[in-house]
Write a protein that binds this ligand. Structure first.
Ligand SMILES: C[C@@](CO)(OP(=O)(O)O)[C@H](O)COP(=O)(O)OP(=O)(O)OC[C@H]1O[C@@H](n2ccc(N)nc2=O)[C@H](O)[C@@H]1O
Ligand SMILES: Nc1ncnc2c1ncn2[C@@H]1O[C@H](COP(=O)(O)OP(=O)(O)O)[C@@H](O)[C@H]1O
Length: 310
């Protein structure tokens, strides 16, 4: 009789996490820790990064969708997914076996685009490794770890629609049964979030301590009327982003002239998003905008789920 020893099957978990748009982004004067107090309404939209965690030797691989420009991404040790892996591992009880895991990131969310792509990857990594390592970490602890990785990471875990305060990491989920349609126009070159906040400080040295309230967006969301949401959209980082990238103003004007209900910069930019009446309207607007100068124009709707296992 011959005994054959089968190699153990390689286990893997794939988690998908969404991009976000800030429907309202009120920014106050920075506090002593250098962060700006926010009053924001996040909406998760159907543009996703996937992270696959599998038994391996601890490698990190990033594959970028062909439509994305080759943005500069930090290598292994500094990639936010490695930070997430180390932070989660540090919470495991002493003696828990944590076999080395390979992480494969499939990026479709624009890099440094104001859509929280890095945060999506961090959130997806926390969920994927929690499952691969059988840690059964509570949602509360995952949200806390997320907030330590970046202000937007808790929302990438939660998804849907949520009101954010603090630095954006304190969340209250909001009911939103309507589907909102967007045209998303990424820029060929990213914009650094800290530089946009710095330009905000230069342009608005007398910004109020308390950020502008999001009540108009909250009431527009409950009305489910796209024209009302269009009128209520608000982004205090739009002026500094346009100051750094004036050509984005021309793009917003063009989309609005072509029939968008409203165009605006997403978060700190430079991605521009256009709110549309419905799916047909969004697809028609995207077709009209796409040309040699704007080769990548996407359609997405929201709200969608936060980081979830596939
Ligand atoms: C502007 C927003 C709006 O949702 O999103 P993006 O446009 O980057 O996607 C967020 O506030 C970005 O959140 P996130 O990208 O997670 O920021 P973090 O890693 O926490 O911080 C990066 C840097 O941004 C600045 N920062 C961030 C959040 C905040 N409330 N005040 C700040 O001043 C700080 O300079 C900080 O060092
Ligand atoms: N996996 C990752 N994906 C994207 N960016 C990352 C990642 N890891 C680290 N980063 C760094 O985080 C910065 C912000 O990226 P991102 O989250 O895509 O943009 P934004 O903050 O504008 O939403 C990037 O410029 C990059 O240097």
């Amino acid at each position: 009789m011959t005994l054959s020893i089968q190699p153990e099957e390689q286990r893997s978990v794939t988690v998908r996490a969404p991009a976000k748009i800030n429907l309202h982004l009120g920014v106050g004067r920075p506090t002593s820790d250098g962060f700006h107090p926010l009053d924001t309404v996040f909406q998760a939209v159907g543009l996703y990064d996937d992270v696959r965690a599998s038994d391996g030797d601890g490698s990190v691989t990033v594959e970028t969708a062909s439509y994305l420009p080759l943005g500069v991404l930090p290598d292994h040790a500094d990639n936010i997914v490695s930070h997430a892996a180390r932070l989660l591992a540090a919470t495991a009880a002493e003696g828990t076996e944590l076999p080395p895991a390979d992480l494969l990131v499939e990026k479709r969310i624009p890099v440094a685009g104001g859509m929280a792509g890095g945060s999506a990857d961090a959130a997806a990594t926390l969920v994927a490794l929690d499952r691969l390592w059988d840690l059964d970490t509570s949602d509360e602890v995952l949200l806390d770890l997320g907030g330590r990785l970046g202000s937007d990471v808790p929302f990438s875990l939660l998804g849907g629609t949520a009101h954010g305060t603090g630095r954006g990491e304190l969340l209250q989920a909001l009911p939103d049964g309507h589907t909102w349609w967007w045209v998303v126009v990424p820029s060929p070159e990213g914009l650094s979030t800290p530089s946009v906040y710095r330009r905000f400080d230069e342009m608005f040295p007398d910004a109020p301590e308390s950020p502008a309230s999001s009540h108009a967006v909250l009431s527009a969301l409950s009305s489910r009327v796209p024209d009302r949401l269009a009128a209520a959209l608000h982004n205090d980082l739009e002026a500094p982003a346009l100051d750094l990238r004036p050509e984005l103003g021309d793009l917003i004007a063009r989309g609005e002239a072509d029939g968008a209900l409203r165009g605006m910069v997403s978060g700190s930019g430079p991605t521009v998003v256009f709110l549309c009446e419905n799916g047909d309207h969004a697809r028609a607007l995207a077709d009209g905008l796409q040309d040699d100068d704007l080769p990548v124009v996407l359609v997405a709707n929201g709200p969608v789920s936060g980081a979830h296992v596939l």
